[in-house]
Design a binder for this molecule. Structure first.
Ligand SMILES: Cc1cc2nc3c(=O)[nH]c(=O)nc-3n(C[C@H](O)[C@H](O)[C@H](O)COP(=O)(O)OP(=O)(O)OC[C@H]3O[C@@H](n4cnc5c(N)ncnc54)[C@H](O)[C@@H]3O)c2cc1C
Length: 373
């Protein structure tokens, strides 16, 4: 049977992951990206950690189902491991005891339970922590560093090897469907396809409106990260995060990557850091530690885009034929990308989830756009 031709809109991790899986399932695929380089927006601004215990239930299934790709990427896509040991240490003051204990209780319900550490044990792991600031900490040893650029390149390589095409600097501005075929206009360029995959990140609702679909109510939320001087001796530290997500930091080579971990609603845009967010993060981290941060070497802001229930949206639009949603990646778009791409290819080529993904707990109904109608 002829496989559908597909145009994927968006060259972030979601778009390349889906395009790779679709091309390998035998679909003729063209990926279009508005910017002159792929991964220019949120994907290129992420600071990825693989947390199996993170996000809505529907997301956790995708995270688990992605693990085998990270551990053993298909041959020829990448020549180094995508995951590396890191660990995460969630810390709290006495005023945050309830939150810290519920963090521990949540993690105890998962395959990789966390472990309670007293202030001195936490400071023994991360010597800049001030024991007098802490009530305690929850250590999650299973949190892993994830190579975002390596994963993105692996998908691009695999897409090209399977005959897929990539067009940069191609901002889709008009979509029209007639006789079961989409006409996709991007400036002077015209493309045709049976299926459109909407992987436009923060612009997911904008693209939906172009296609005549009802917007989902996606909310792009700012998150700023910045680098401060560090020391190679910090390399073995886990990520240290406030239990209420008021800040986090982790070593990154000879620097320390810090964030306010803020979630502030934004328009879809090329987000830029706000000095006040950086100042607030520095203040909080300097209170909790002896890092004594004074200088910032670089900073950036990405938009983590959430659906109203904070689970991803993966599936056919309930009303507009040939329009497939792959949006709402929020704070887990990297760690779920292999399974999200595979699910997209499954639903487009066979109409159902493969047994391999289903066995890993991928919940098609919990991800479907139908839940908003
Ligand atoms: C500071 C920070 C830390 C993070 N940490 C983690 C983490 O630890 N683990 C994790 O899994 N995730 C993390 N994330 C989240 C992760 O980065 C996102 O979930 C993911 O990158 C979203 O990918 P995407 O492809 O959906 O969006 P994007 O990367 O934004 O890609 C969407 C693309 O669509 C393109 N586009 C839009 N409209 C059009 C159009 N009309 N025509 C053509 N192209 C168009 C855009 O130009 C853009 O390139 C973090 C994010 C941030 C900001």
């Amino acid at each position: 049977m002829r496989k559908p031709t597909v145009v994927v809109i968006g060259g972030g991790i979601a778009g390349v992951g889906a395009a790779y899986a679709l091309a390998n399932a035998g679909c003729p695929v063209t990926l279009v990206e508005a910017e002159s380089s792929l991964a220019y927006h949120t994907t290129g601004r992420s600071a990825a950690i693989y947390f199996e215990n993170y996000g809505a239930a529907a997301i956790r299934g995708l995270t688990t189902a992605s693990r085998s790709f990270f551990d053993e990427p298909p041959a020829g896509l990448i020549d180094h491991p995508l995951l590396e040991g890191r660990g995460a240490l969630w810390i709290g003051t006495p005023a945050k005891e309830a939150s810290l204990r519920s963090h521990l209780a949540d993690s105890e319900m998962t395959k990789h339970p966390g472990r309670w550490l007293g202030p001195l044990q936490a400071a023994a792991m991360v010597p800049v922590l001030r024991p007098e600031y802490l009530l305690g900490a929850v250590l999650e040893p299973e949190a892993l560093d994830l190579d975002v650029a390596g994963l993105h390149q692996a998908f691009v390589r695999g897409l090209r090897a399977a005959g897929g095409e990539i067009r940069n600097s191609t901002r889709v501005d008009h979509l029209e469907r007639s006789a079961n075929t989409w006409s996709i206009t991007a400036g002077a360029d015209e493309l045709a396809a049976d299926v459109i995959v909407n992987a436009a990140g923060a612009w997911g609702d904008v693209v939906a409106v172009m296609a005549g679909a009802t917007p989902i109510g996606l909310e792009p939320m700012r998150r700023t990260a910045f680098m401060v001087p560090g020391n190679l001796a910090y390399r073995s530290w886990p990520l240290v995060g406030d239990t209420d997500n008021d800040f986090y930091f982790r070593p990154d080579g000879s620097q320390v990557l810090c964030s306010l971990a803020e979630e502030k609603v934004s328009e879809p845009e090329d987000a830029r850091p706000d000095e006040l967010d950086i100042a607030l993060a520095i203040d909080r981290i300097n209170i909790a530690t002896t890092l004594g941060i004074r200088a910032v070497r670089s900073s950036w802001t990405g938009l983590r885009t959430f659906a109203p229930d904070r689970a991803m949206v993966i599936g056919w639009d309930p009303k507009v034929a040939g329009f497939f949603w792959l949006v709402g990646q929020g704070g887990t778009g990297i760690q779920t990308a292999p399974a999200a791409g595979r699910l997209t290819a499954d639903l487009i080529t066979t109409g159902q989830v493969s047994s391999e993904l289903a066995e890993q707990g991928v919940d098609v109904a919990g991800l479907s756009p139908d839940r908003f109608t």
